[in-house]
Write a protein that binds this ligand. Structure first.
Ligand SMILES: C[S@@+](CC[C@H](N)C(=O)[O-])C[C@H]1O[C@@H](n2cnc3c(N)ncnc32)[C@H](O)[C@@H]1O
Length: 299
């Protein structure tokens, strides 16, 4: 097991890192020793924002020695959610995209870190993957807590209900999640709107009846999924203004996710890909709250 209770820098691993949402949530409380992602677009975004490259490695074939060499106290992960998605094939561990997660379970069982946090879609709860993870954590004596959390409870007008699991060799700092009234959507909008985001008459004629429409004074938006940049119905909210109906901008979605104002997406990548990177990420304030259940300061 990695360095039990030494006082010093908390070393973290970020697995399936995407744009580095968990890293933002961890902030100054720890140091990411290594992050892994196979997507070139995610690698570009990670480097742009964190100034360090993530490792372009397939997690399914990682040797245990490579993971252990990082000496991490904390594993932070958001495994691919498609196997557990309502809109996916729901094949769970049978899905080839679960191979990487299965590999991590093997390593976890053989050499558990001190702490672990995981985020996934609600469909993960009760899956075989979830059961196997719970079994390993129990066998190794972890203190565990699981939550279904949505940014709306944190005062953010965005629905993104997600399953979170936190596990630690130390007692968890448990408390009730916040229960605030969400702000108005207008607070998250760009000061100057991008007129190219407005939908054409032809698109509106085809899709308007199915769109999730919100106004600046509303207090909710629907979850922005990875396909928001190319789809209309069921992919996230669209803003109704006196000029028409428009997509939310990348910056507006980044703000709703709680990403810092310095956050950028690599402009060389198509707009659809940049929307996908955001849609795959997580709510930073929610992830931070989950991390705060661990006594990280005395790790
Ligand atoms: C749900 S997203 C995680 C997003 C991340 N939490 C964030 O804040 O952006 C899953 C990520 O895992 C990566 N991924 C999927 N399968 C992988 C594998 N087998 N090995 C390494 N990375 C993988 C994807 O490229 C994707 O960026």
């Amino acid at each position: 097991m990695a360095g039990e209770s030494e006082v010093g820098v908390l070393r973290a691993l970020e697995l399936f890192c995407g744009i580095g949402g968990w890293r933002y949530a961890l902030g100054e409380r720890g140091q990411v020793e290594a992050a892994y992602d196979i997507s070139p677009a995610a690698q570009a975004a990670y480097l742009l924002n964190h100034g360090e490259a993530c490792l372009a490695r397939e997690v399914a074939s990682l040797p245990r020695s490579q993971i252990l060499a990082h000496g991490a106290h904390l594993w932070m992960m958001s495994p691919p959610c498609q196997p557990f998605c309502r809109m996916g094939n729901q094949q769970g561990l049978e899905d080839s995209r679960s191979r990487a997660f299965l590999r991590l379970l093997e390593i976890l069982d053989a050499a558990p870190p001190d702490h672990l946090v995981l985020e996934n879609v609600s469909g993960f709860r009760g899956s075989e993957a979830h059961e196997r993870l719970d079994g390993i954590l129990q066998r190794h004596g972890f203190h565990c807590a699981e939550f279904e959390l949505c940014p709306t409870r944190f005062g953010i007008p965005n629905q993104r209900p997600r399953f979170f699991l936190v596990a630690s060799q130390k007692k968890l700092l448990l408390e009730e999640p916040p229960d605030r009234v969400p702000d108005v959507v207008g607070k998250y909008l760009d000061a100057e709107e991008d007129l190219s985001l407005y939908l054409s008459e032809a698109i509106l004629a085809k899709h308007k009846p199915g769109l999730d429409l919100v106004r600046a004074e509303d207090r909710r938006t629907a979850c922005f999924i990875g396909g928001y940049g190319r789809r209309y119905v069921g992919s996230g909210s669209f803003l109704l203004t006196d000029k028409g109906v428009r997509r939310f901008s990348l910056g507006e979605i980044a703000r709703l996710l709680g990403l810092p104002s310095t956050f950028r997406l690599p402009s060389a990548w198509p707009l659809e890909t940049r929307y996908k990177l955001l849609g795959n990420s997580l709510s930073i304030p929610v992830a931070r709250w989950v991390l705060n259940r661990i006594d990280l300061d005395r790790h």
